[in-house]
Design a protein around this ligand. Sequence first.
Ligand code: ADP
Ligand code: MG
Length: 294
Amino acid sequence: MTTSVPKLKPTVQKGQHQPAKREILPEIITVTSGKGGVGKTNISVNLGILLSQRRQRVLLLDADLHLGKLDVVIGATPRYTLAELVEGSQTLEQIIMQHPSGIDILPATSGDLNLLEADSQMLKVLAESFATIQARYDYLIVDTGAGVSPTVLTMALGADKVILIVTPEPASISDVYAMIKVIRSKSPELPLILLPNRLKSLEDGLELHKKLNLITQKFLKTNLCYGGSIVEDTAIGQAIIRQRPYVLEYPRSQAAHNLQLVCHRLLKLPPQQIRYRSNIFDRLRTSRKEVESL
Ligand SMILES: Nc1ncnc2c1ncn2[C@@H]1O[C@H](COP(=O)(O)OP(=O)(O)O)[C@@H](O)[C@H]1O
Ligand SMILES: [Mg+2]
């Protein structure tokens, strides 16, 4: 089992918003996958809640722009999104939802973060606004859409760590490999954490990691960190019907237990060094340029 993470590299670029001296910025974790419908939103929300139960301050950026089902998973519909911030009609504080589960949510809709079209002035406005609140959080979890699209890649390349969700279906495995290949072509050291989901058993998850890791070692000369696995569990569907996060509604379910271990593993990985952390929207300005050059 490979749990080693490549050494983290500086990601702050010249001209970006440097935090004030004593500010500690959140670590940015992007949750993504090669294929859609594999559990990204459920994992982002519930992992965020488990982290907050361990006294971590979590902000979830809902950036799954087309099929975002965050409101269903969490049972709350956002009043405003980043669009209102960019227009200037709402402040960031008015947009961020404080969910009773303990996490804060920053909602985006399709278009808000259409990063190929967003002009860099807009990202600069977002960065300046975000700079005023970012130090309140320990983790920024970015829930994205699936697949090798420019927006998703920009979000992945702007992160400190990437969690890749994969299910045992062949299409999900080949799509996540395609994703890893593109990320690695631009970022040789970004830590990639594989999280197998919807498994018959935890052993299947370990096996899936082992197989994929052998392939990425052979063809991409890179290691995938193992983030833990989650079994197929009807509690997740039941929780969605009740519009409640499953770690709160069914804390004794197998999926909740599995996710506790994922959370534990994540907290044990070496964090991005504080001096190399930076504003997510500054990061997106930089990583967008990298994606455009693909
Ligand atoms: N471990 C699991 N067991 C059972 N159902 C799951 C599991 N993970 C996800 N699902 C189901 O898969 C569907 C898609 O999940 P979602 O988190 O919205 O995926 P994504 O964000 O990747 O599109 C949901 O209906 C959810 O109930
Ligand atoms: Mg989703």
